[in-house]
Ligand binder design. Structure first.
Ligand SMILES: *Cc1c(COP(=O)(O)O)cnc(C)c1O
Length: 426
């Protein structure tokens, strides 16, 4: 796409050079067919969301606030039905009281495992924050402290499933299988929903009664189907990522089989109280509206990720995923190779943000990391990673992980601003 002269001049006023703007135009033009594919998926998912809202007779009354115990919160109950419709599940738990993705996953695990049970990951190490939850690293209150054991089988070197060892690992105690869809901040590939379906079929062929949970963080609405469409019993995610559409201020969701969702509700609130309580304090409207916007917001984030991948790979930087392969989540990794470039990249993302654009990100000694970590996020909602955001440890190989972009135009501005600064370093 060529920018109009007015847009070009405006981009220049953000400090971008002619060269950077021209480079952006070249790749935007090249990626047009790819962007059209993304838009088609977004349209399909938009229809899915509207249908779910219509089928559940969403109405103005559902935006009212409840307080106190939150009994008879019609908005909350309808929101959970809408999520269940979208994920094609019996039930869902969608709550602002679920503080983050890690919390949602912890609820799903702790609610459905009992002492003596074993948790199994057939896709290698789970997301960092879950190590303490499971007890892979020693942590007070971990599942391990409650007598729940853990086993894992890594992916093979080519990223495929190690079926032989998965079969060997499943035993009498195996109660719940956890599958992480997104690579998160690892270098393994992100799993397609189709691949997850194949893995689930294999596992259920060995032990049909096992509960399969998918960590769906960063995956929602990237494809036309979700893991619950291919046999997952539970699907879990954060509302300050994809399904919140950038509008939800706090929350998480768990969609799945009614029996397991009831266990989750008993764990989140209290045994016997379950889904009946939980005041929504007036945020239902944003939960619905964010979900409504989510398919197009995810499309914007995907366009940004692919745009950056194509530019940086042509400039000779290693990128995961590359600019042409299929996408199953919204995370993009670019190995920049030097601290200066990593800092320049994050500075560009920050400077192009709508909020805190005047702040200069610096590395800091984040707990749990061996090196300084730099983060850029000029967000409306703290820590929201469906908004354009970037971070990376300031150490070899100086890789930046970035994701999000509520609109494609913002993602584009952020990536071009970063690029301009990275190019000036070299
Ligand atoms: C973000 C994420 C989580 C949860 O992280 P929170 O910061 O607690 O929301 C879990 N798994 C994956 C793959 C994630 O991307």
């Amino acid at each position: 796409m060529e920018n109009t002269q007015e847009t070009k001049d405006f981009l220049k006023s953000f400090g971008l050079s002619e060269e950077t703007i021209a480079l952006g135009e070249k790749y935007e033009k090249e990626l047009k067919p790819r962007f059209e594919e993304i838009d088609k998926i977004a349209e399909y998912n938009q229809l899915k969301v509207i249908k779910a809202m219509q089928d559940n007779r969403l109405s103005d009354i559902h935006f009212a606030a409840t307080t106190g115990y939150g009994y008879n919160d019609l908005g909350r109950e309808t929101l959970e039905k809408v999520y269940a419709s979208i994920f094609h599940t019996e039930d869902a738990l969608v709550r602002p009281q679920i503080t983050c993705g890690t919390h949602a996953l912890t609820i799903a695990l702790a609610a459905n495992l009992r002492p003596g049970d074993e948790l199994f990951s057939p896709v290698g190490k789970p997301y960092d924050t879950l190590e303490g939850v499971i007890g892979i690293t020693k942590q007070k209150g971990s599942l391990a402290e409650f007598g729940i054991t853990y086993r894992q089988v890594d992916l093979l070197d080519d990223g495929s499933f190690d079926y032989e060892n998965i079969k060997k690992a499943i035993n009498d105690k195996t109660k719940l299988v956890t599958i992480q869809r997104s690579k998160g901040y690892q270098t393994r590939p992100t799993l397609s929903v189709e691949a997850i379906g194949e893995l689930i079929a294999f596992i259920k062929g060995i032990k049909p009664e096992v509960i399969v949970m998918v960590d769906n963080c960063y995956g929602e609405f990237v494809e036309k189907i979700e893991p619950t469409d291919v046999g997952a019993d539970l699907c879990v995610g954060s509302l300050i990522k994809n399904p919140g559409g950038g509008l939800v201020a706090s929350g998480g969701y768990i969609a799945g089989k009614a029996e397991y969702i009831e266990n989750c509700a008993f764990r989140l609130t209290a045994p016997g109280l379950g889904k009946e309580v939980g005041a929504t304090l007036g945020i239902n409207q944003s939960m619905f509206q964010g979900l409504f916007l989510a398919p197009t917001v995810v499309a914007s984030a995907l366009k940004g990720a692919i745009f950056a991948a194509r530019i940086y790979e042509d400039l000779g930087y290693p990128v995961i995923p590359n600019g042409t392969e299929p996408r199953y989540d919204i995370i993009q990794a670019v190995t920049l190779g030097s601290a200066e470039k990593l800092i320049a990249f994050c500075g560009g993302i920050q400077a192009s943000s709508p909020v805190d654009s005047f702040v200069v990100p610096e590395g800091w000694a984040m707990p749990g990391y061996n090196s300084d970590v730099i983060m850029a996020a000029g967000n409306f909602i703290q820590g929201s990673s469906i908004e354009l955001s970037a971070d990376g440890p300031i150490t070899e190989p100086y890789a930046v992980y970035f994701q999000g972009g509520l609109t494609w135009y913002h993602a584009k501005l952020g990536i071009l601003t970063s690029l301009d600064r990275v190019l000036k370093v070299s």
